[in-house]
Design a protein around this ligand. Sequence first.
Ligand code: SAJ
Length: 420
Amino acid sequence: AKIGVVGLGYVGLPLAVEKAKAGFTVIGFDLQEEKVKMVNQGMNYIGDVVQEDLEALVAADKLMATSDYSFIKEVDAIAICVPTPLDIYKQPNMEYVKSSAEAIAENVMAGTLIVLESTTYPGTTEELIKPILEKKGLIVGKDVFLAYSPERVDPGNKDFNTKNTPKVVGGVTPACTEVAATMYRAVLDSDIHEVSSPAVAEMEKLLENTFRNINIALANEMAILCNKMGIDVWEVIDAAATKPYGFMPFYPGPGLGGHCIPIDPWYLTWKAREYNYHTKLIETAGEINDSMPDFVVQRCSEILNEQEKSLRGSKILVLGVAYKKDIDDYRESPVLPILNRLTKVGAEWEVVDPHVPEFKLDGTIIESIVLTEKKLKEADLVVIATNHSGLEYGMIQEQSKAILDTRNAIDKTQRNYYKL
Ligand code: SAJ
């Protein structure tokens, strides 16, 4: 059977590779010629995909990419994995989902399964995609099958991947759920959990990620409060984590990064307005998480003041710009606003990140530097912003005048060592 994956990004490409490895012939669709070219040359551009797998699958004609959507005619099932970004007003931009659905409706053959995988507001599958198919005279549940199934890829996670992570599936009709569950059971090893509608599946994904967002905000608020009270918040969390039931540790950090956790709860907030409901908890959590970069810069100022220095004119060495440890992705990284604030108060900074050789900060390309003893010695303050495993924490402790550790990356062992 042939499967189509629309959108070859962080979700789509790993999924396309998994489906091809499971024995399906996969056609990847993406409007970006660059991505199409790289896939067809067997050149990987997603951290979680194994280069050798991609190469072998493309060489064996198990996986190809195109931007010609007429190839939709050839596939039996299609997964839509396109971005659903928020604009600056935190309004979901559904353009990619809409144009994908229209391209599919234009070309799809009878009997094809269509599954939306992109994280989105509850109601998208029934209110946005279903009418686009019906406008073409397609009867959902009869001519085509339509379902929603969220992805749960966790970048950098060595234990869980697309293949072994349980999958939730909700179809527009029971037949749709049945067809979708059958397809996933053929591709994945994990449990396929069927729910009664796409809205349930759309909503459960938002519950998963909003749960994380809010609990991280709680950890951040505890960090602010513990700092004021002179209590070590990391010690508090480790102690709380001894509770064997009903507790799960989350940790404070320099803020909330990535393309999911900071973003997904706002789909709920946006949709809730239609029902005249105000998602107070989500908005308060967002304010706390968004306040962490300021809190970090304030802590830098306090630490420098203890050495009769001020932020202005100080040299600050920032370790890590990726949004979490051991990955190369810096999208929505909280380190970016920290750097902007340091610039605004006149501090000089440089960034070390073994995973991110260069990054864009408000349109400017910044090169990250190699960590050296000299750079550590020159810095008035070293900020551990991302606790990459590959950083030499021994040298950092020995050579730094002062350290602000926002990730509890090293044990408190010495003078001039501060935690968030
Ligand atoms: N973070 C904290 N404290 C914590 C946990 C995370 O500050 O206790 C921060 C991280 O540093 C990072 C951000 O939150 O900046 C998001 O990290 P994350 O660990 O939630 O991971 P993501 O966004 O890379 O991927 C998550 C998945 N990860 C986990 O569940 C561990 C999962 O929630 C989703 O499958 C995925 O988002 C998605 O695609 O929705």
